[in-house]
Design a protein around this ligand. Sequence first.
Ligand SMILES: Nc1nc2c(ncn2[C@@H]2O[C@H](COP(=O)(O)OP(=O)(O)OP(=O)(O)O)[C@@H](O)[C@H]2O)c(=O)[nH]1
Ligand SMILES: [Mg+2]
Length: 321
Amino acid sequence: MAENCSKEDCYPEETGCNYEGCEVLKDCPHYKKTSATETVESNEEIDSKYFLRIPWTGNTFGLQDLNFLTSTSKVILIGITGVASAGKTTFLASLYCLLRNGHKIGDYHFSGSLTLNGWENIAWYLSWKQNNNIQFPPHTSGNSGRVPGLLHLSLRNNSGEKKELVFTDAPGEWFDSWTINQNDPNADGANWIHQNADAFFLFSDCEMLAGESLGKARRQIRQVSDRIKMGLGSRPFGLIWSKSDIELDAEIVEQVSSYVTNSEISNYSEFKTSVHEGKDGVFYDNILKSISWILETISKQVNKLPTVDQHRADDMFLSKR
Ligand SMILES: Nc1nc2c(ncn2[C@@H]2O[C@H](COP(=O)(O)OP(=O)(O)OP(=O)(O)O)[C@@H](O)[C@H]2O)c(=O)[nH]1
Ligand SMILES: [Mg+2]
């Protein structure tokens, strides 16, 4: 239920009334009238006189919006996981800035997004430097419910093949709760990602691992990786060494990496990334390579067509035995 509608899957403030198609919300039988919504209602009335509602706001998707997309296209949902402050949102914002500057993911280039506002909201911070210091997006808020904010990207290659990607931008607290107790209501969002994602990135925070909270950071990464590996199947699982501009002891890298891979993972890879480009742009390259790796791995997983026996190769109409 969004805001003031009594229907669970209706988000009138975001996408318009889903059930009755009401343009003036106060006419809708499902819309709850509270004193706090009086102002919204009168604004709605004025708005509806002059403006038409459109379904796309360009904001970060919710579940209802995802339905619109998945009903028409095959979508690859990429679960971005990791504890609070691990660098998840900054990674997404950096990816968007790279695409905005014309960089490609393998041979795919940016061809649109239904959540441009959502991307711009997080990338905006990286786009401004104060005294030559990068500004970071704010902490992702934990009260956004059971489903994470979803950011959409359309990619296209030179042969015209299209890929629709959706990234989850979830608060780290969800994964903290998830590692402690899967049935905790605060872990609902993390469970949703685990069930629905086609691929995962786990963020391993070099800053935390290099600092005083090494023990805690290492434990948290291990715990989230254990959860992800449960029922992972052949879904790609990438370990992102986020904030790789901060040097990490080789021994710690080895400890974390060997723990994550202590049981077999069918599709596993690691990438060192950062909001800083690194030597010869290596960290930016790795952001793009990580997504490319997911696309390649998933596209290899299509079933091979069985060969059909032919009665006579020279006569296609006699192809049945
Ligand atoms: N040195 C360095 N610091 C970074 C980098 N990326 C993020 N940070 C720092 O880490 C903080 C947290 O980054 P976020 O991207 O908000 O982390 P998050 O995982 O989205 O955090 P939650 O939304 O709280 O779950 C930022 O405010 C920066 O201070 C990086 O590449 N290098
Ligand atoms: Mg965040």
